[in-house]
Design a protein around this ligand. Structure first.
Ligand code: KIV
Ligand code: NA
Length: 267
């Protein structure tokens, strides 16, 4: 798959196949998810999911480049998109180009994603015109948690709703090839989707977006507490705990290793 093919996947909200995107941070996770996805996102959510950080704010370019390289090695089909971490792109369009180029060179990823609307439009155009495909991200933008004051859904007031639709339109005009709409009340997510020519990818948004994304670990049930918009399709945390308990019991009973797992001298 290629970025232009993703760009062409605009639906009418009902017919047309929605884009499937999941996060991946490691090579093995990428191998397992790749054939099921159109896009793999090396999200800065790895700050919380992998590193146990309190938010995405402390995530660094080095972290993103290393995990992106691992994901690219594990993927053959999906378009790999890398999040630009907080502080690596906001100061100027030149700073953004330098950071994005580094991410793409060090990882081999096909595109970057950055948070923000209208105020990032010039940067999105600058990168796109210089060979870097950009995915936008509007609505609830977790890197702005210290300004927003939390992770509550956006678009409940008229002013907020207008800003979200305006942000999506500005990114679309600037050349973003797709836009993530996160944590937005459904009618505004639909309005933003209908207002832009590129596909929108929803998370806590609407089934009428042109695609959906979730953090893979959330969807797999690795965490007890997840946002309302997550559907847990499995209980991986439970499976891991049960399996660890079985292993511990066998080690303590000297039932592991058994005959199959030990080497004996040739007879
Ligand atoms: O970092 C991330 O995982 C994301 C998606 C949830 C959109 O930005
Ligand atoms: Na992110």
């Amino acid at each position: 798959l290629t970025v232009p093919k993703i760009r062409a996947r605009k639906t009418d909200g009902e017919t047309g196949e929605p884009l499937v995107m999941l996060t991946a941070y490691t090579a093995r996770q990428a191998q397992l998810l790749d054939s099921h996805c159109d896009l793999l996102l090396v999200g800065d959510s790895l700050g919380q999911v992998i590193y146990g950080l309190p938010s995405t704010v402390p995530v660094t370019l080095d972290m993103m480049a290393n995990h992106a390289a691992a994901v690219v090695r594990g993927s053959y089909h999906a378009v790999v998109v890398v999040d630009m971490p907080f502080g690596s792109y906001e100061a100027s369009k030149e700073q953004a180009f330098e950071s994005a180029a580094r991410l793409m060179k060090e990882s081999g990823a096909a595109a970057v994603k950055l948070e923000g609307g209208e105020q990032m439009a010039e940067t999105v155009a600058f990168l796109t015109q210089r060979g870097i495909p950009v995915m936008g991200h509007v609505g609830l933008t977790p890197q702005a948690v210290n300004v927003l004051g939390g992770y509550a859904a956006r678009g409940r007031s008229d002013a907020e709703a207008d800003k979200i639709v305006g942000d999506a339109e500005a990114l679309d005009r600037a050349g973003a090839f797709a836009i993530v709409i996160e944590g937005v009340v459904e009618p505004i997510a639909i309005a933003a989707t209908e207002a832009v020519s590129c596909p929108t990818i929803g998370i806590g948004a609407s089934a009428r977006c042109d695609g959906q994304v979730l953090v893979a670990e959330d969807m797999l049930g690795m965490f007890e507490r997840v946002p309302r918009f997550v559907k847990k399709y499995e209980d991986l945390a439970g499976i891991i705990e049960k399996t660890a308990a079985k292993y511990a019991e066998e080690v303590r009973a000297r039932r592991f290793p058994g005959e199959d797992q030990t080497y004996q001298p040739k007879a």
